[in-house]
Design a protein around this ligand. Structure first.
Ligand SMILES: Cc1cc2nc3c(=O)[nH]c(=O)nc-3n(C[C@H](O)[C@H](O)[C@H](O)COP(=O)(O)OP(=O)(O)OC[C@H]3O[C@@H](n4cnc5c(N)ncnc54)[C@H](O)[C@@H]3O)c2cc1C
Length: 392
C-alpha cells in the first residue's frame, strides 16, 4: 500500500490528525493495534480546553460535544473544609472548559473517519515502523491473516506512551526529561448525579481528592493513593468512606454516593522526549509527552500537537516547503513545557507528599490561601486551565 501520511494509533491524536489531513485533501492510513470497542470504551480524560472545543466544532465533529458536553465557567479549590470558586470565564474574557469524555471524543472522530471512507485498521498486530531516515518510511503490520507494508511520505507516531514509534528512534537521538511522583490516582466512575456543577479540587491532610463528572448522571472521582496501590485493597465501601472524609466541606457539601461502575489506579508521571521528530517520523501526543492528570492537559496537548503537524504537512504538500516541518518539534515543545510546568504546579500544590514536614504543609496552605485571595493568582490559574492561546 502507498499513502501520504501513515498514522500509527487511533487515539485522540491519530484520529484528529487523520481528520485534519482529510479536510486538506491529504491521504492517510490509520493503523491501531486494539479493537474498536476497546478504543472507544477506554475511560480517561474528560476536560477539554476552550481551544480544543473550538477546534472540534470548526472541523465538523462538534455535534455531540455541543449537545452533551457540559460547559464549566469555573472550578472550586477546597481546603481546610471550605470550597472557593475560581470564576474562569470572568477572569479570561469568557473562556471556559467543557467536560466531555475522551471516549465520546474518540467515538465522534471514529464516526467521522468512517464517513470519509479512508482506511482505518483496528486490531492490527506486529506493528513496526522502518526506514525513518529515508524518503519512503514504512509501516508494517498484520491484519487478519495478511501482512501489510505501507509506504508513506511521512509517519505520524500517535501511539501513546507505550507505543512502538518512540522506541523505534535510534538510541542517542532523543533527550528524555522525566519525573515520577510518589503517588497515583485511584479513579472511579459512579452512577450518581453530580452534586456540584463544577469540578472540586480538594487538598486534605489525608491526601488529594478530585470531584468531577462525565454527564448529568455519572460522577468521576479520584483519590490520591500510593503509586502501586493494589485496587483489591479498596472495596467500594472503603472508597466511598475515604471520598466523603476528604471531600465533605463544613457547609455540608459532599459527593452523591452511587454504584461504582469502574475503578482503577493510575500512576503519575511527567515525561518529555525531545525532539518530537526523527527523519520522517513525527511524534504527537502521549507518544512524546505525559503530564500528571491534575492539570487536565494530556488530551489537549495531543490536539495542539496535531494541529501544528497538520499545518506543517499542508504547507509541504501545497508548496514543497519543509520549513514548518523543521519547526514542528520546537513549536510544540514550547507549549508542552508550559503545560508540564502547570501540571507539576497543580500537582505539588494539591497533593500530600509522603515525607511532608509541617513546614511544607503550612507552605501549601499559604499557597492555597494566596491563590484564592489574589485576582492575579486566580487569573494565572484560570488562563492556563482553560488553555493558553495556540502560539504558532
Ligand atoms: C486517568 C486519566 C485521566 C486523564 N484526564 C485527562 C483530562 O482530564 N484532560 C486531558 O486533557 N487529559 C487527560 N488524560 C490524558 C489523556 O487521556 C491522554 O493524554 C490522551 O489519551 C493522549 O492521546 P494520544 O492519542 O496521544 O494517546 P492515546 O490515547 O494513548 O492513544 C494511542 C493509541 O495508540 C494505540 N497504540 C498503542 N500502541 C500501538 C501500536 N504498537 N500499534 C498501533 N497502535 C498502537 C493505542 O491503543 C491507542 O489507541 C488523562 C489520562 C488518564 C490516564
Amino acid at each position: 500500500m502507498r499513502t501520504q501520511v501513515g498514522i500509527v494509533g487511533a487515539g485522540p491524536a491519530g484520529l484528529l490528525l487523520g481528520h485534519l489531513l482529510h479536510l486538506n485533501g491529504i491521504d492517510t492510513v490509520i493503523v491501531e493495534n486494539r479493537d474498536r470497542e476497546y478504543v472507544v470504551d477506554r475511560v480517561r480524560a474528560g476536560v477539554l480546553e476552550q481551544g480544543t472545543v473550538d477546534l472540534l466544532a470548526a472541523i465538523g465533529v462538534g455535534a455531540g460535544l455541543e449537545s452533551r458536553g457540559l460547559r464549566h465557567d469555573g472550578i472550586f479549590i477546597s481546603f481546610a473544609g471550605r470550597r472557593h470558586r475560581i470564576d474562569m470565564a470572568e477572569l479570561t474574557g469568557g473562556k471556559a472548559i467543557t467536560v466531555y469524555g475522551q471516549n465520546e471524543v474518540v467515538r465522534d472522530l471514529i464516526d467521522a473517519r468512517v464517513a470519509t471512507q479512508r482506511p482505518l485498521y483496528f486490531d492490527a498486530q506486529c506493528v513496526e515502523v522502518n526506514a525513518l531516515d529515508s524518503s519512503t518510511p514504512i509501516v508494517r503490520f498484520v491484519h487478519g491473516d495478511t501482512a501489510h507494508e505501507l509506504q508513506c511520505d511521512f509517519i505520524a507516531g500517535c501511539d501513546g506512551f507505550h507505543g512502538v514509534c518512540r522506541p523505534s528512534i535510534p538510541e542517542g537521538v532523543l533527550s528524555i526529561y522525566e519525573r515520577s511522583y510518589p503517588f497515583g490516582w485511584l479513579g472511579i466512575l459512579a452512577e450518581a448525579a453530580p452534586s456540584s456543577d463544577e469540578l472540586v479540587y480538594t487538598y486534605h491532610d489525608r491526601g488529594f481528592a478530585l470531584f468531577s463528572m462525565r454527564s448529568t448522571s455519572i460522577t468521576r472521582l479520584y483519590l490520591q493513593v500510593p503509586p502501586d496501590e493494589p485496587i483489591e485493597r479498596w472495596p467500594d465501601d472503603a472508597i466511598w468512606e475515604e471520598m466523603l472524609t476528604r471531600m465533605t466541606t463544613s457547609d455540608g457539601w459532599q459527593p452523591n454516593v452511587g454504584r461504582i461502575l469502574q475503578k482503577g489506579v493510575t500512576p503519575m508521571r511527567s515525561f518529555v522526549a525531545a525532539p518530537m521528530r526523527h527523519g520522517r517520523l513525527f511524534l504527537a501526543g502521549d507518544a512524546a509527552h505525559i503530564v500528571p492528570p491534575t492539570g487536565a492537559k494530556g488530551l489537549n496537548l495531543a490536539a495542539s500537537d496535531v494541529v501544528v503537524l497538520a499545518r506543517a504537512l499542508k504547507a509541504f504538500y501545497e508548496t514543497g516547503s519543509t520549513d514548518w516541518l523543521e519547526q514542528y518539534s520546537a513549536i510544540c515543545l514550547r507549549r508542552v513545557w508550559k503545560a508540564q510546568r502547570f501540571s507539576w504546579w497543580m500537582t505539588t500544590l494539591l497533593h500530600r507528599l509522603p515525607d511532608l514536614t509541617e513546614f511544607d504543609r503550612q507552605r501549601q496552605l499559604a499557597d492555597l490561601d494566596y491563590l484564592i485571595g489574589s485576582r492575579a493568582a486566580m487569573t494565572s490559574l484560570a488562563e492556563q486551565y482553560v488553555g493558553l492561546p495556540q502560539d504558532f
